[in-house]
Design a protein around this ligand. Structure first.
Ligand code: C2E
Ligand code: CA
Ligand code: CA
Length: 726
């Protein structure tokens, strides 16, 4: 999963960079939001602390201002009377340090008896509070409260605003011991200034409100009422006999301002873009490295000029091939090719022609081997081919010959045709070496031998093999030649029906009338033909000849069913079955007139494609018989699954049927088995009457053997048939 993603991004660095950019933008957005909330919270906390300090200062200023009243109260209570001069001097003394003290009035029995300073306050002298309704209520409240009460700011008759503190003075604890009242009037603005209300709150709106004279409603007396919102920070100020509330609110709100947001965004964008670019370059770089590694890998494994595997890569493939072939006990061939006179080509035509030649040579090699064979360029003009799954040395010899011919055809280079020959050394696994080194060394040696022997030739490393290969190749070529020259002949051996005693069948058996060696038994050339592949051509000839002779017999009114031997290799060509059917049609032979004898190994080990052909032919009507039954797998258990109509019990069992209990039992079992499965049983190699009797007794269907007739030439067989039909 992760790898998959990695691959997608590795291939699209820009997509990757965009994804990173998107992610980073989201992160920046979230960060900015978080940062704003955080700064807002922080600003509130800071403001709260400042506001608390401010409130304390205000409280302190009011407290200090009103100290003057407390001092006067103490003096009055101490002396029971007061001296005007002393009081005036006291007030003056306080006023020096507290400029906010506007004036102070003493009102024994609630009538103003002393005001200091007098200037500007003359009108109030002698004023009886009881007779001034505007003030009487407040004075009464203070008396009720038995303590100082501060009200205001109020508008003064004299102009401006002020705070007014009233302190009732009692001589003792009883309520009727009221001496009078002390009043202090304070310049609120000076007081606020001293408290620092205007300092240290830049960018903030400050407002203060109070509830006067027991009113339930707040009255704002400093700043704007709109400052008191839910978002503002507020705190209380305790004033004697009342409560104030102070609020602070930044003029632009708590959020960081737009300028800050823009700054954040700009930094965020720059950082995101930089990171995305970095991601882009990292991925591109990684991709380049990956490509470089891939190229390097390719270079490390393949020849740059021809694209073939190099020695290193090849040795690995060969190792694998050795393991595989060891496991399945198969042979393979190692071809070591070296061009003849390549140096001369280079010298005469130049390196570019030499290079071109090597490429075309390599290309042609590829075209002439199977796709799973291995080809490598080992050095300059030296190549190695590994041909897998070789049936025999002869097969590789035939392929080598074919390759030699193909590679020897002219090459068109630079407007002209050029021909090269090569020397080829062959080593076979496992006979010529079990290890890679051994095989390459021996193939190389064989190639040098080919060079020494005059170049442009094929040499096998193994001398013995070399000889046998030579012989096989000889036989192969002789067979092909023999077919053309008509050296082959079909003999027929009768097969008797034990139920009717008639002779409805025969087996066609090939004979080779070699011009020098005389009549050769199929035992000597069929196995070779099977190995070299000549069996395909030979088999085709047999079928054609058989159909031809059968049609001739039919022309003479003779009725017979012919069994033909088909080797495994004959089922290999893709069009084998359709070709055969064409032959039958050509000669007007019906499929039911023929039986194909095959070996059990074809049924057991045959490739899917080979079995398919058997099924197709059988569907068409050709009967199939298992030849030499009992010698191979004798997989009696599998019989029911085989697509066959006949079983042919091998001669070796019939031979000893009279003397060997085991053989006799086996023959009997096979016959019984055949009966149950509906497969007809033929016994071959019947030479004695007693054998025939026993087979009859077992219920065998057909017999074949010298007792009834040896394989004989066509004419003789026709005579026999005519005799039988009379
Ligand atoms: P096969 O198919 O088992 O053929 C029977 C062989 O037994 C024949 O040998 C035949 O002559 C021999 N024979 C028949 N009756 C007797 C007998 O009573 N006693 C003895 N001792 N031998 C008997 P032949 O003709 O030499 O053929 C040998 C083998 O060559 C055949 O064995 C078959 O496998 C192969 N063969 C022959 N003709 C062809 C052919 O046209 N195509 C293919 N692929 N193989 C063929
Ligand atoms: Ca046979
Ligand atoms: Ca046989």
């Amino acid at each position: 999963m992760f790898k998959h993603f990695l691959l997608i991004f590795t291939n699209r660095p820009s997509a990757f960079a965009l994804v990173i950019l998107g992610l980073l933008f989201s992160i920046v957005g979230l960060f900015i939001q978080y940062e704003f909330e955080r700064t807002a919270e922080k600003a509130k906390q800071d403001a709260q602390i400042k506001l608390l300090t401010l409130a304390a200062r205000l409280e302190g200023e009011i407290h200090t201002d009103t100290m003057v009243l407390r001092a006067l109260e103490a003096t009055i209570l101490l002396h029971d009377h007061y001296d005007h001069a002393e009081i005036t001097s006291m007030i003056s003394h306080y006023q020096k340090t507290r400029p906010s003290i506007r004036h102070v009035a003493l009102a024994p029995d609630l009538k103003i008896d002393l005001i200091h300073p007098m200037k500007g306050n003359e009108a109030a002298m002698g004023l009886d509070y009881r007779k001034v309704p505007a003030q009487w209520a407040a004075v009464q409240k203070a008396i009720e409260n038995r303590d100082m009460m501060v009200v205001g700011p109020i508008n003064l008759v004299q102009g401006g605003t002020a705070l007014v503190a009233r302190l009732p003075v009692f001589l003792n604890d009883s309520s009727d011991s009221l001496w009078g009242i002390l009043t202090g009037v304070f310049h609120d603005q000076i007081l606020f200034e001293r408290a620092g209300l205007n300092k240290g709150f830049d960018g903030f709106d400050i407002a203060i409100r109070n509830k006067n004279n027991g009113s339930q409603d707040w009255k704002v007396f400093y700043g704007s009422g709109s400052t008191f919102t839910e978002n503002a920070v507020t705190t209380r100020i305790t004033v004697p006999g009342g409560e104030w509330q102070i609020a602070a609110m930044p003029s632009g709100g708590w959020q960081a301002n737009d300028e800050q947001a823009i700054k954040f965004w700009l930094i965020g964008i720059v950082v995101s873009v930089l990171f995305s670019l970095a991601a882009y370059f990292i991925v591109t770089n990684y991709r380049e490295k990956l490509l470089a590694i891939q190229t390097a890998n390719h270079r490390a494994n393949y020849d740059v000029l021809t694209g073939l595997s190099n020695r290193y890569h090849f040795s690995q493939l060969l190792d694998q091939a050795i393991q595989d072939h060891q496991r399945y006990q198969h042979q393979f061939a190692v071809f070591y090719l070296d061009m003849d006179y390549f140096k001369e080509v280079n010298d005469e035509w130049g390196h570019h022609v030499g290079d071109e030649l090597l490429c075309l040579f390599a290309e042609r090699m590829k075209q002439n081997v199977r796709s799973d064979d291995l080809i490598a360029r080992i050095a300059g003009d030296e190549f190695i081919i590994v041909l897998k799954n070789m049936g025999s040395g002869a097969e590789s010899e035939i392929l080598a010959e074919k390759l030699k011919k193909e590679l020897g055809e002219p090459y068109y280079i630079n407007g002209q045709y050029l021909s090269v020959t090569h020397s080829l050394g062959v080593a076979m696994f496992p006979d010529d070496g079990l290890t890679m080194d051994m095989l390459l060394q021996n193939a190389d040696r064989a190639m040098y031998q080919a060079k020494r022997d005059g170049k442009n030739r094929i040499t096998f490393f193994n001398n013995e093999l070399n000889k046998e290969v030579q012989r096989h190749v000889q036989v192969h070529n002789d067979i092909l030649k023999g077919i053309i020259e008509g050296q082959f002949e079909l003999f027929f051996q009768p097969i008797m029906d034990l139920n009717s005693g008639g002779m409805p069948k025969c087996e066609a058996l090939i004979r080779w009338n070699h011009p020098e060696k005389g009549l050769i038994s199929p035992f000597h050339f069929i196995p070779v033909a099977e190995q070299t592949g000549a069996i395909v051509a030979l088999g085709n000839w047999v079928l054609e000849e058989c159909c031809h002779l059968l049609s001739r017999m039919k022309d003479q009114g003779l009725e017979i069913n012919i069994s033909l031997n088909r080797s495994v290799a004959e089922f290999q060509p893709n069009d084998a079955d359709s070709n055969w059917m064409d032959v039958l049609n050509h000669f007007g032979i019906g499929p039911e007139e023929l039986v194909f004898e095959i070996t059990e190994s074809l049924l057991m080990d045959g490739a899917e494609s080979q079995l398919d052909k058997i099924h197709r032919l059988r569907d068409k009507g050709i009967a199939f018989s298992i030849d030499d039954f009992g010698t191979g797998y004798s997989a009696i258990n599998y019989l029911r699954n085989y697509p066959v109509d006949y079983l042919k019990i091998d001669r070796s069992f019939i031979k000893d049927i009279l003397v060997d209990d085991q053989d006799r039992t086996l023959v009997e079992v096979i016959i019984k088995m055949g009966q149950t499965l509906g497969i007809k049983v033929v016994a071959e190699g019947v030479e004695e009457e007693a054998q025939l009797d026993m087979l009859k007794q077992f219920g065998c269907d057909y017999v074949q053997g010298y007792l009834l007739g040896k394989p004989m030439p066509y004419d003789q067989f026709v005579e026999l048939l005519k005799l039988g039909s009379k």
